[in-house]
Design a protein around this ligand. Sequence first.
Ligand SMILES: [Fe+2]
Length: 290
Amino acid sequence: MMSTRILHISDLHFGPPFVPEVAEVLLQTIPTLDLDAIVVSGDLTQRAKRHQFEEARQFFDRMPNLPMLVIPGNHDVALWRIYERFFKPHDLYREIISDNLNPILKVGNVILVGLDSTAPRRSISNGRIHRNQLRLCEKAFASVPEDMVRIVVAHHHFAPGHDRVFDVAMPQARRAIDCFVEQKVEMILGGHLHRSYIGSSLDFFPGHHRDRGVIITQCGTTTSSRGKGRERDENTFNLIEAGSQALTVTHYLYFEEKHKFEPISKHMFPRSGRPFDTDTSATTPPVANK
Ligand SMILES: [Fe+2]
């Protein structure tokens, strides 16, 4: 059965919080995952400095040559360099990482639309998605066959923090979620919270789309010391498997004593209108306990 395997990493934070040992283990792990693509959901750097972007670039260049989708996070915009922040917020990102802030990637049976959710002039911490970005999604998703898996990638979270650590969602998140449901988006990949959450938009917005929400897959910080909540001081990533019948997210945690990332939970969601097929156990290794 055809399935597309996507690595989802986030919040690398090249700069003081970056943990090189964990990053090296990640590089060793990537070739073992049999991947089709890699997604990086923002915050490549800690302070949007040239050398931090260059280090991130060198890190990506050491990864296997796979299709990649990368978007900026709020830390990739200069916070204190005010002129830069207001008049050329993404210049270094564009020069060193990618000129496209809203990239689209088609791989296997999946289409991913990356959205730049940074709002350098306004809500730097909570981010924002603009109407023209929702239209970009609509156009991209309308151009592919009905049965392709539609995924949106954005750095900021569309739902408030799921735990008791305070975090509000981006303004007008609900408007975006409603659009995504109408566009038949099946999953959102995000970062920013520095802790993982794998669940459904219906946990937060049980509104008029109660029969069909969007799967929310938040990634913790993959290579920095800034993990929060349950993932304080921890490093995580997600492996997405997009099959014809189901979407599976395997949540990996870094075990310091073993120098290894290992899966700690696995979440399977039948695709809309499809029967639940549980026979995918052979595709990922067994889950470890901490
Ligand atoms: Fe971050």
